[in-house]
Design a protein around this ligand. Sequence first.
Ligand code: UN1
Length: 512
Amino acid sequence: DHFGIQESLKKLGIQPKNLGASTGVNWQESGETFISSYSPADGKLIAEVQLANKDSYDALIEQAQKAFIQWRKVPAPQRGEIVREIGNALREVKADLGKLVSYEMGKSYQEGLGEVQEMIDICDFAVGLSRQLYGLTMHSERPGHRMYEQWHPLGIVGIISAFNFPVAVWSWNAALAWVCGDVCLWKPSEKAPLSGIACQKIASAVFAKHGMPEGICSLIIGDYKVGEMISHDPRVPLVSATGSTRMGKLVGQAVGSRLGRSLLELGGNNAIIITAEADMDMAIRGALFGAVGTAGQRCTSTRRLIIHSSVFEEVKTRLANAYSKLVIGNPLDEKNHVGPLIDQDAVNMYLAATKKVMEEGGKVVVEGGVLKGEGYESGCYVKPAIYEAENHYQIVQHETFAPILYLIKYETIEEAIAIQNGVPQGLSSAIMTLNMREAEAFLSVAGSDCGIANVNIGTSGAEIGGAFGGEKETGGGRESGSDAWKAYMRRQTNTINYSSELPLAQGIKFDI
Ligand code: UN1
């Protein structure tokens, strides 16, 4: 244990066996079933977690409903003060939590630290926001009348998050929801439950210290069945779900059928357009991190490069060269660039995709494969692969959560934009160019159709200050910065008559 994992687990309060349902500092016994969390880094068992059942789910929801009645009356800036302390508590455990994320999920330690930094940043953002939950005022068309709007909290926010950002995605939702006056019930991915348990301990200790009721911050460990309970439950007015498009469609339909609200942040199929006028060093570096960072398991990972024919060969050669220098291995060892995939299923999906692209006519640029031997005992390490492909291939249209990059050739900028947009997903996109006309065309109304469109930056690594999310099959939701907070509140329009008349709007006469 030369990475000090046991020490960090201890500091974070992770036991060999953990309960999986909590209303805050109180943890509940639930079913008999335990799941094991193995590290994809070394294949070892980290710890076990009890799965929550329907009874524990109902108990958590009832407690959350009670907590909401109190929490909504705490003034927003005071709620912000608590979120500030959660941010400070995260600062204290940044190294330990970053390490757990890296060890449990497989992203590099640097990226694990980055993820905790995103949590700290969103807490800071939410603190400021707690004094800025602004509504507009309007001029009434009637004399002696005043109109304005105000924002009220919704109630319980259900948060369903994925394994790839096992802690940050929760914080984007929870930090905003809390300052808005909502209470949160979080179902982390069952592929990274310990990271969730660690966060729950950190945040709930802060609420308890302030004498806040149990239920503002709840956690439930379970599989898709818990996701279904949340999605179908009218006691949960907003469900924020991050994950695959397949999962998002199920959640969206279930929530929609009861006319609840959903905030969906689903798959991406992100491309970088590299034009003839790109800064080539920058383009290669941007594409490299985008494609192999987090072993291609970000929803913002670069999956396609759309390259001008005049620089196609150059990009191909330079990328292949850069790939040959990648060091793959234990993500906690800082000399390694690429860690493992999350599990064996992910490896199988990666292998199926590398096979399928060849069947459809793709050409190998950098060969893939599963790594074996010392240091690769978990069986989850794969080689980042590159293929020449065409945009219409089924496999290219599909999001494979693995480091597979498709190179596609174009001639005109209009064609490049059409290829970029020519997939079912619409999360992140980028153009590498020093030509202002190309850049502006890409950002224009006729340009990228994605929720994120960057110039001379790769597709991944968004800052928390902007609204995060995308269009089409990405689900349309926006989390994190800008005015994403509005999704966590209900808007109320108020008209107040301080005159002694009762005029009707639109000048309607109704006298008796
Ligand atoms: C995700 O992959 O679910 O923009 C989120 C990024 C990160 C967030 C990714 N800030 O790559």
